[in-house]
Design a protein around this ligand. Structure first.
Ligand code: KG4
Length: 342
């Protein structure tokens, strides 16, 4: 197989974003993301509605990705799709579309683990932009709405989860705490914005005691809920009167929990090349804390471009590209997985 002009169509449909992207020889040509607004009024993603919205979006999104890339459909070498983890009904739409596209075009099919995609987003090249990927081995703190993991990355396709949450993900903690304060879904970006005006040390919340490199966020969420319930009993306007301080304090606690295990992971593995991935990596408190720690512990810190940290198909296409180079393809009998490890 030729190793040039390898053009991958990536499809992402694991949760509530329908996305398609084209990557050629590791360089991004297009990345279209259709975010679903339908979930906002429910305060969380409704799986059935997500699946239906993916069905409506998938064809126009793929069509636009191909047009934006300025290529013909016949130039696509392979189609890569998110196989899991994610919502099964959502994953089924992307998987079925990718299979159909592969069959109709007579091109290979590549299955991609969504989490591996988040990590390999660090390797997306952009035309005219200098490229500074992390050096192997590196540690990736992957923090999103569904995952909180510390991953030891040895090569593009060799990764080991060395720490992970035993219950809620960091993004879930942000979103659930935001919800009890009456903020819209997803609450993470709202907490981030409001925290900028608040005092991070005003309120103290519980820290989990989990052994090793694992995380836990469910106790913090419950602690926050009971704390608010007790304060509201005394003053029904407590949340409105203290919103910035509440946001700053809860953000500070989540960031400290994340950093404590990352520091430990770096110490235990001796790896000082540190990266972040996933939606929560957009958090400004987390980014600032990472920069401070990088100076203190002499980490080489690589923070990806914002648009590649959220769910997107460019990260699926780049993973597809590396799997293509490694001749890792899958047949038409591939089925999606709601839960799967790296
Ligand atoms: O990776 P992602 O786009 O997809 C899922 O795994 O669902 O991550 C979404 C998560 C949500 O929980 C959202 O609240 C959180 O990322 N998030 C943030 C910020 N931006 C997105 N959390 C804190 N601060 C932010 N600035």
């Amino acid at each position: 197989m030729s190793r040039e002009n390898i053009t991958i169509l990536g499809i992402e449909s694991s949760c509530d974003d329908t996305s398609a992207a084209i990557i050629r020889d590791g360089v991004i040509l297009s990345n279209v993301v259709a975010s679903q607004k339908v979930h906002e009024e429910y305060g969380g993603v409704v799986p059935e509605l997500a699946s239906r919205a993916h069905q409506q979006n998938i064809i126009p999104v793929v069509d636009l990705a191909i047009k934006n890339a300025g290529i013909a459909k016949s130039e696509i070498s392979a189609v890569a799709f998110t196989r899991g983890p994610g919502l099964l009904g959502s994953l089924l739409v992307g998987t079925s579309f990718a299979k159909g596209f592969s069959l109709a075009s007579g091109i290979p099919l590549i299955d991609v683990n969504h989490l591996q995609g988040h990590v390999l987003a660090l390797f997306i090249k952009e035309k005219g932009v200098s490229f500074h990927p992390p050096q192997f081995p590196f540690l990736c703190l992957l923090v999103s709405g569904g995952n909180s993991q510390i991953i030891l990355v040895r090569s593009h396709l060799e990764m080991e989860v060395i720490g992970q949450t035993i219950d809620d993900a960091a993004g879930e903690a942000f979103d659930k705490c935001a919800k009890v304060m009456g903020l819209p879904y997803p609450g993470g970006p709202h907490i981030d914005r409001l925290a900028k005006e608040g005092d991070p040390l005003r309120f103290e919340f519980s820290r989990p005691r989990v052994p090793g490199l694992n995380y836990s966020f469910s106790g913090l969420k419950t602690n926050f809920l009971y704390f608010l319930r007790d304060r509201i009993k005394e003053n029904e306007n407590f949340v409105e009167q203290n919103l910035p301080d509440l946001c700053a304090s809860i953000q500070h606690t989540i960031v400290e929990i994340l950093l404590s295990k990352l520091k430990r992971a770096s110490k235990e593995t001796g790896v000082k090349e540190i990266t972040i991935a996933g939606g929560v990596s957009a958090n400004s408190g987390l980014r600032d804390a990472l920069k401070t720690n990088a100076e203190k512990y002499r980490w080489k810190l690589i923070i990806p471009k914002f648009e590649f940290t959220m769910d997107n198909a460019a990260m699926i296409a780049i993973t597809g590209y590396y799997k293509y180079l490694n001749n890792e393809f899958i047949g038409q009998n591939a089925v999606p997985f709601a839960r799967t490890q790296l």
